[in-house]
Ligand binder design. Structure first.
Ligand code: IMP
Ligand code: MG
Length: 381
């Protein structure tokens, strides 16, 4: 290989990454002045600095990005560099990571499946708990029964592992929470029963949603349902409509599939119809494409993550990480969590395992470093 060419191309990558870093740092300051805000007006808030150069080196080792001659850095390269940078920045600082929230489908398990005992993510989640980090599962799946039975069935591998653990303390076990239906139903692991315990909404409901009336909520769902029914007929879909307490969905009949284009058409229609309705301006809703189905839910994952933060004694966005697969800006439901917390965007449960391994490695490194620092500080005294 021509090493001059390779050095040259590496320096270009390095410089563009450095530029990105500077631009991001500017975005951290006054939002109206930041250059990034100027270049991308829709850019959101940055909760932490992003060590993009360091992250690039890590991903370059894995993906040989700078060694490629013909294929330029891809969307996935950038997504993974940003994920690494975000996990790096969340450990070892003065404000340690306190809460990691996970989406369910496609993030913890394959779409529509459950968390089984052999899933490699289980031991990583236990390790987070062992490090005194709260673990929250923030899923759109909405089961209103206060027994929490349906969540237990879907999360059985994890619930059993937490219950059986002889390493975790009672407090660490009770640091496992489930926020279901986007932001509608909160459960916490109860170490005295070994089951999930329903938490009264009065303990965690945010002031911004406390005044929502049941009438308005049902009106949003009625509009959503009418759109789904209309689209089902118009697009001639082999599907059925399912109405729940806090959501309404269109799901394919057994053995049938709704194509991506139809799913997107339904989401965009529901979104537009609700956005322009009077009640849609009062109640937060989330219309999203679940990959095989479309849902209109009351609430969203921003509210879900914020409610958890509030319930756990006001955890900040810069001490929270949300891991999810749906971050496209239209028709995706993890996207809203970006407004409440740091995020990493994964594409499969295997990628969730990889990013949590990275996070744990940085955590162990930071703990070792802080122990060395503590020892040397004590020695200095
Ligand atoms: P998530 O990826 O964990 O947020 O789960 C999203 C998936 O949960 C959707 O694609 C649906 O298949 C399923 N689901 C089950 N019940 C509900 C509900 O009440 N609202 C939205 N999605 C639901
Ligand atoms: Mg998902």
């Amino acid at each position: 290989m021509n090493s001059k060419v390779s050095d040259f191309s590496f320096s270009i990558y390095r410089r563009s990454i450095l530029t990105l870093h500077l631009v991001y740092l500017q975005g951290l300051g006054d939002e109206s002045q930041g250059r990034l805000k100027h270049l991308v007006p829709s850019i959101g808030k940055f909760f932490t600095k992003l060590p993009l150069e360091r992250a690039f080196y890590v991903q370059d080792e894995k993906r040989s990005i700078s060694a490629r001659r013909l294929v330029s850095p891809s969307f996935n390269d950038i997504r993974l560099i940003l994920n690494t940078a975000q996990t790096m920045s969340l450990v070892g600082g003065r404000e340690p990571l306190k809460l990691v929230t996970f989406d369910g489908d496609v993030t913890l398990y394959e779409d529509g499946m459950s968390l089984t005992p052999e899933n490699p993510i289980v031991e990583r989640l236990l390790f987070l708990l062992q490090n005194n980090i709260y673990v929250g599962i923030v899923t759109a799946a909405g089961y209103s029964e206060i027994s929490g039975e349906k969540y237990e069935v879907r999360l059985k591998g994890l619930i059993d592992a937490v219950n059986d653990s002889e390493i975790l303390t009672q407090t660490q076990k009770e640091s496992l929470l489930v926020m279901g239906g986007e932001s509608n139903f909160l459960f916490r692991f109860d170490s005295s029963t070994g089951h999930l315990k329903w938490i009264d909404p009065q303990e965690w409901t945010l002031p911004e949603i406390a005044h929502w009336s049941e009438e308005d909520i049902q009106e949003v769902l009625n509009i959503g349902q009418a759109v789904l029914e209309n689209e089902k007929n118009k697009l001639n879909l082999p599907a059925t409509i399912l109405r729940k307490e806090r959501g309404v969905g269109i799901i394919p009949l057994p053995g049938k599939k709704i194509c991506r284009e139809s799913l997107e058409e339904i989401v965009l229609t529901a979104q537009r119809k609700l956005e322009t309705s009077a009640v849609g301006k009062k109640i937060h809703f989330c219309a999203f494409n679940g990959g095989a189905d479309v849902w209109v839910d009351i609430g969203d994952k921003r509210l879900g993550v914020l409610s958890l933060q509030k319930y756990l004694n006001d955890i900040n966005g810069f001490q929270t990480l949300h891991v999810g697969d749906q971050f496209a800006s239209v028709g995706a439901n993890d996207f809203k969590a970006r407004l409440a917390a740091c995020t990493v965007w994964i594409a499969s449960p295997a990628e969730t395992v990889d990013i949590i391994d990275e996070l744990l490695a940085y955590l162990i490194e930071a703990n070792m470093y802080s122990r060395v620092r503590k020892v040397s500080v004590i020695g200095d005294v």
